[in-house]
Design a protein around this ligand. Sequence first.
Ligand SMILES: [Zn+2]
Length: 286
Amino acid sequence: MPRPPHMGIMWGRPPGARGERGGGSGPFRSERGAHLVHYHVKGFRTGRLKLRGKTIFSAHDPEGVYDFTMYVWLLTGGDAPILVDTGPKSIAELNRALAKMTVEPIVQDEGEDVLDILASEGVSPEDIGAVLFTHLHYDHCSNADLFPNAVLYPSGKGVAEAVARLDTGGCWVPGEVIYPMMEEWKSRVHLCGEDEAVLPGIRMRWLGGHTPCSQAIIVDTSAGPVALVGDTIFTYKNLELDDPINVCESVEECRAAMAWARESGALILPGHDPEILARYPGGVVV
Ligand SMILES: [Zn+2]
């Protein structure tokens, strides 16, 4: 799929082609170090459920029952607030889809819907300048329609694969997201490269493993790089045990992603670990 034109609405100047940035003036000069951005990274729970070990791990404790937390992330400190993943549109629909997998269904408490979360931060949906997707599963992307001014950043390789599978019924991206990405949202979709600095202080790195569109989002902060690795690494324990998730297309890609995460030097934020909110009270990572 050809890269669509990149219409930056909230970003100071039209970003245009990536290579134009370094020579320009204003906020897009960071590649040459003229304008460093250190983001604040804050996580918010959008729901919680319980799963068996055999879902979370390939080998560890198959019958154990584990808490699992769903998140969205807000990155501030750049030109406009950035959202990482959007949370689920409908908890009821998600519960229907995951009924065979969950030990206890998903519960979303009051205030955990993405719009309530943003309102609590004083951010309106129109303020969001970019939505970065760790991947395009329903629980991570189905509110993508709520942010009319945001440039959307899915994995380009992943979207191409999702589109190729539309006719076979094997597409894992909800129709309410993949079709608008190809049509009415196309002018503000940025298809991310496999290792691309997409914004000042933000790099996307393709991981695969969990889905063909899984990518890490590496964010510059005052505490060093922070990597949101999405569902290719569900929990810290997957990393500690070097035990890949068991909801994946490629175990090898999951192993490679974990090896990269360990060696990256970044502070790693896994996709669904409740431990994140224990390590970072209030979800404030930096
Ligand atoms: Zn997922």
